[in-house]
Design a binder for this molecule. Sequence first.
Ligand SMILES: Nc1nc2c(ncn2[C@@H]2O[C@H](COP(=O)(O)OP(=O)(O)OP(=O)(O)O)[C@@H](O)[C@H]2O)c(=O)[nH]1
Ligand SMILES: [Mg+2]
Length: 207
Amino acid sequence: MLDYRKIAFLKSATAASHFPEADLPEVAIVGRSNVGKSSLLNMLGDHKGMARVSKTPGRTQLINFFSVGDRARIVDLPGYGYADVPENIQRTWDKMMHDYLAGRELLLGLLLLIDIRRMPSEHDQMMLGWCLERELPVLIVLTKCDKVGRNEAFNQQHKIAKALGISPKQVIQTSASKKTGISELRDSLDALFDEYFDSLDDSSDES
Ligand SMILES: Nc1nc2c(ncn2[C@@H]2O[C@H](COP(=O)(O)OP(=O)(O)OP(=O)(O)O)[C@@H](O)[C@H]2O)c(=O)[nH]1
Ligand SMILES: [Mg+2]
């Protein structure tokens, strides 16, 4: 089990040459701009202001690497899907995401964030499709659940899961403002990381 309170900012990068060496397992956070990626990271780490929360959507146009002690990393990817992106910025974004998602050897899985009030976008569907194709585990994290009542949250969880063609059990509800869903989030991350750490133990047993 990892101590997520030990999350600390490591570095930002825009190109593969600036990524930290791929020597530790990573889980990345993706989702449309403004969905609450940075806020979720701050909630997970339990320190406000570590990952910068945007006042205007689309501010985080960088890949931000965070370390979890000396054992793992969590990566905050730049948001997608906000309106009126200049073409050159869109191209930089495409290249940056491709460099990261296609090339990162120890990427164990993705947290795909979706605002509980919205149905998944085409872009969300693409991200999920890409994960399935690459057989990369993906957890759907619904954000801003404080914005809806309990019944609506339940209904949305089922509707969103259905739209994505997955089980509602693969979807968790969170709120960074109310700090809910933290333990589910940590459990899901631990499941990904522990599987990797266990596989390391197994291979060292054999040698
Ligand atoms: N009510 C509510 N607001 C939230 C929650 N999470 C994030 N927000 C707000 O949503 C806005 C965007 O949050 P960010 O965490 O910056 O979103 P992001 O996905 O990192 O955005 P980009 O980096 O621009 O892609 C901010 O105004 C947050 O305060 C939540 O759980 N509940
Ligand atoms: Mg952000």
